[in-house]
Design a protein around this ligand. Structure first.
Ligand code: AMP
Ligand code: MG
Length: 351
């Protein structure tokens, strides 16, 4: 398949509108279009078309039991495909459009292929203007997982999309760098009316608790599932977000990490905070040190994490070391992604 590349950074010009109308037609015809969102790039197909959903799984090499999020133009569109409720409306008012996905009971019109056989549908209303304009141009909801090959870190720029997806989709829309850099927060509205966090993201638990009294956190967010344990969000059971090289998370201070890394051998990469550069340049060549942002700025770290993991992967390392993120605020999302990227290999350096 020949992949068409277009650039659309803002949807307003006549040229952008022409490109988006063309992309919308591709989607209505059952084709696949990769588009920018505020979280990461999405690999889109018509969410009402079972064959388009099957093509998404095939293009990504994604297991068929891992359902897709459907992207809608307006928060109220969720009511066409799912049974919404007062809690959904409250979440929508507070966080939509934006990086929040809500899982609701299905009305049945979204095909089983999209839902991976579940009786629920995950809905999200993205805030990126190009994503919004594309959904409107398509005139159908867009089913879209992250636009990476299954298991790899999600792409946050068009160059990384191209590395994985050139020749696998009809069109790639370059809309610049994704702002958040991590996938959406996923919550499920339980039958008893409580809210369960399945995947942390740009909307933090603290943000949710400003609006909803009871927010539970699914155990799989911070821990490895036990053998045979039921998984509520199928995507959380796989080794995921992972470079080819093994990743090790170091739980310790700058000094403790330095002492540990002094004894390692082989071609290794280190992810570290910006202010640690001088310390770790004593052990690592400049090319092998990947700065993830200032220590206190979790937004900057979220924005850079997947970019850095994918860049490090291209260099072909024996191992990649990274600091274990804190679990507060946006740190919980970083922690959740990093333990999967590391296949739960955490090295505890605290004495
Ligand atoms: P991605 O599209 O790569 O961001 O992954 C989508 C995530 O949403 C995966 O972790 C899925 O398991 C999860 N998901 C999508 N639909 C549902 C659903 N109906 N119930 C639970 N999790 C879902
Ligand atoms: Mg993904």
């Amino acid at each position: 398949m020949i992949t068409e590349f277009v650039t659309v950074t803002s949807p307003d010009s006549p040229d952008a509108q022409r490109k988006l109308a063309h992309a919308g037609q591709i989607l209505r015809d059952g084709g696949l279009v990769i588009f920018p969102t505020e979280t990461v790039y999405g690999l889109g197909g018509d969410a009402t078309n079972s064959a388009a959903a099957a093509a998404i799984y095939a293009a990504k090499g994604r297991p068929g039991d891992n359902p897709l999020i459907i992207h809608i133009a307006e928060p109220q569109d969720a009511a066409r495909y799912t049974y919404t409720c007062a809690l959904y409306d409250r979440l929508a008012r507070a966080f939509m459009p934006g990086p929040l996905t809500v899982i609701l009971r299905s009305r049945g019109c979204i095909p089983l292929t999209v839902r991976a056989g579940l009786d629920t549908v995950a809905v999200r209303c993205p805030s990126h203007p190009v994503a919004h304009a594309l959904i409107a141009a398509a005139g159908v909801p867009i089913a879209a997982p992250s636009a990476n090959l299954s298991g790899k870190p999600s792409p946050t720029c068009a160059a990384h999309v191209r590395d994985d997806m050139n020749g696998r989709v009809d069109m790639i829309i370059d809309g610049g760098e994704a702002q958040v850099g991590l996938e959406s927060t996923i919550v499920k509205i339980e039958d008893d009316g409580s809210l369960l966090l399945l995947r942390p993201g740009g909307i933090t638990v603290e943000d949710l608790r400003q609006v909803v009294d009871h927010v539970k956190i699914a155990p799989a967010v911070t821990a490895k599932l036990a053998e045979g344990e039921k998984v509520l969000s199928p995507g959380m059971k796989y080794r995921h977000y992972a470079p080819t090289a093994p990743v090790y998370l170091l739980n310790g201070s700058e000094e403790e990490r330095f002492a540990y890394l002094e004894k390692t051998s082989g071609k290794c990469a280190l992810l570290c905070y910006n202010d640690e550069k001088d310390t770790f340049s004593k052990l690592f060549a400049e090319n092998d040190l990947y700065l993830i942002g200032t220590r206190q700025n979790l937004r900057e770290q979220a924005h850079r994490l997947f970019y850095v993991l994918r860049e490090a992967d291209k260099a072909g390392y024996d191992a990649i070391y990274a600091p274990l993120p804190p679990r507060e605020g946006l740190g919980l999302a970083l922690y959740n992604r990093m333990i999967r990227a590391a296949a739960y290999q955490i090295i505890d350096l605290h004495k």
